[in-house]
Each structure stands twice: as structure tokens, then as C-alpha cells.
Ligand binder design. Sequence first.
Ligand code: NDP
Ligand code: MG
Length: 386
Amino acid sequence: MTRGVAILGSTGSIGTSTLQVLRRQRERFRVVALTAHSNAELLEGQVAEWHPAYVGIVNGGGILKDSLTVVGRGAWEGGTGNACLVEAATHPDVGIVVNAIVGAAGLEATLAALRAGKRVALANKEALVMAGELVTEAARAGGGEIVPVDSEHSAVLQCITGRRPGELARLILTASGGPFRTWTPERLAGATVAEALQHPTWKMGKKITVDSATLVNKALEVIEAHFLFGLPYPAVQVVVHPQSVVHAFVEFVDGSVLAQVGFPTMELPILYALTHPERVPDRGAKRFDPVEAGALTFEPVRPELYPAYALGRAAGEQGGTAPAAFNAANEVAVQLFLEGRIRFGKIAETIERVLAAPWPSSARSLEDVLSADAVARRLAREAACS
Ligand code: NDP
Ligand code: MG
């Protein structure tokens, strides 16, 4: 029996890597639903290859009707607007939802899938950061399960699977340090978009590549780890590791430390999120070779280079709606930076200005979170353009 998979954001970096994994795993999984935002051309090609029962495109209704009817085979349904994400995520034939959407737009589909009892293979860390309490509560209420796709969190999960929660003491997540690790803060403030998009070890979508250059990505991952593994913030630490070979270290209460290693590829964490706690034979990823990996180095995070990292950690510690505000401010600032409208250094300044506002301490309802998200976006636009 194959398990049905929905891929939300199938046209992105994680989405296409997921389909690459599924090409080798056709006897275990079948694609039931695919969604994109506006890349109808790539989505069409995916529909022609996979013949999903459900296809959604958030922005491009006309395209869906005209072109997908031609390539779709047999009976299929389609949806448009944001509603298509929830429809795909809760489709009755879907057992696993790979949420590969970028940004806050992925939140409602994650909540709906968990409430419907699905496994969510979560790449969309922003959803967990914005609404960690709501997402964990939705999983509890609906019997759904969150399995991380993020490589560091997959590494942690692989190290702790089979252990009791009380045995876990501390996590050390690794960060490549991004393209600016050796720069001076003065030079960094004026870094260009092209420079920020030159990630040294991973090939990813633009937003997360900029988040890796500011280290916002690692702050998001610290908050993500806090919610996934139930550890207090001081027990979730970060070290810069430029080779991206060790994905995370896990310390247990007896002082023993396990690490998960491998050449950087998202295909392994994606496959593991689909099969956890089992492992299945796969020949996709390049086999590990310690000699080829060479010397592995570790350095502390330099706070003067990555001011947004400390801001994100502080927002996590503050809790309530502060993480949602942090995430929203960053999304707005990164978009403005990518459009060439603000300089690189302004991303952290914008986040700092937004976080200085008093953020409500209750994030228990979706309204609390979405209203903080909306206010933070408005404040961020004002701060960035002032
Ligand atoms: P991409 O930008 O490559 O892809 C984003 C996907 O989401 C696309 O399919 C896009 O559709 C869709 N999308 C964008 N905006 C919306 C929206 N408003 N509503 C619905 N769908 C939307 O991003 P990545 O694949 O790099 O990242 C996806 C997520 O995974 C992020 O949360 C990121 O942090 C996380 N992640 C990514 C890693 C990586 O290696 N790339 C590693 C670890 C985590 P369209 O193509 O039509 O625009
Ligand atoms: Mg990561």
C-alpha cells in the first residue's frame, strides 16, 4: 500500500527536491495533491508527470482551468486562492503533507492538516515560529504529527528517536555562517542582493538564503527547536560550522553527545520526514566520506556580524506574539531588500524597531497571531522606509 502525499509549494526548492525523492520511492508513496503560488508552467509539468487527484494554484485561476485540464488525466479537482492550500492539506487520500511553502502563508494549512490527523513533514518553519503553541495544540487535538524537514531538526530527531524525552539535555544546532562569515560589520551593512544570494554550502529559495546571510534563519530554527523538542531556550545553542557536514549535536543527561553528519543535501531529511521512525533503502544522496569531508571547524557566532540573530532569540524568550512579530518584520524586510529598496543592514534595524513595540503575551488563538503578524508588517514597512 502506498501512502498519499500532498506537496504544498511543489514548485520551490524543497518541493522539487521532494518530488526528486519520490521518483525513487514510487513503491512507497504516491502524489495525491500539488500546490503552487503562481508558477503555472512548472506546476503543469508536475501534473503531467504525477497525475495528482488535486491541484491548487493560489494565484492564477484561469491558467488552472485552461491548461491543467489538458495535461490532467482522468478525474481531478483543482482549487485557487488561499483555500486551495487547506483543501490539498486535508484531502482524504493524503496521509503526509509536505509543507514546503515559504513564509507565514503556510500556517493555516499546517493547522488544518494537524487537526485532520495528518503527518506534516514541515519545511515551513515560519508557521511553527509564528504560532508554536497553536501548532502543537492542533497536533494534540487532531492526532496529527509534526516531523521536521529542516536538516538540523531532522538531525536532532534522528539522534533522539527511541529515547525518552527526559534524557535530552541540550541541542547545538550548526550554522554555515552564510556568505558574510569573514566580512567586517561595516562592509556587511552594504552587501548587495547578489552577494547575499551566494550561499556557500546550500542551494535554496531566495528568502531562506537571505535569512542564512543575516542568521535570522538560525534564530527561526532555535524557536522551531524549542517548540519541536520542548527544551528551554538556554538549552538550544548554535555554533558556526562552515562546512555544513555536522547538522546538529544532541547532548543527553549523562553528558554523552550524538551528532548526525552528511554532505549537505535536503533529500535525506525530506526522505526521513516521510519514513520516520523507519529507514528505507535509497541511493539518491551522495554517500558520506570523512576524508573527502576533510577538516571540520567550529566557531562561536559573532554577534556584531549577525545582530538579527540575537533579536530573534530574544523574541523567542519573550514568547507570546513576539516570535510572530519577529517573523513578519523579517519577511517584510527581506522582501524589500530583494526588491533593492533597502540595504542589507536595514533588515536587522527594521526587526529591532518592530520588536521594540509592546507585543501581546497571548498567542493562544489564530486571531492573536494573525493580528500581531499584520501589525508587525505595517510597522516594518514604516521602519524600513524611514
Ligand atoms: P522557494 O521560494 O524555493 O519555494 C516556495 C514555494 O512556496 C513555491 O512552490 C512557491 O510557489 C510557494 N509559495 C510562495 N508563496 C506562497 C504563498 N503565499 N502561498 C502559497 N504558496 C506559496 O522556498 P524554499 O523551498 O527554499 O523554502 C520553503 C520553506 O522550506 C521555507 O520555509 C524555508 O525556510 C524552508 N527550508 C528550505 C530549505 C531549502 O533547502 N530550500 C532548507 C530548510 C528549510 P511558486 O513557485 O508558484 O511561487
Ligand atoms: Mg536548516
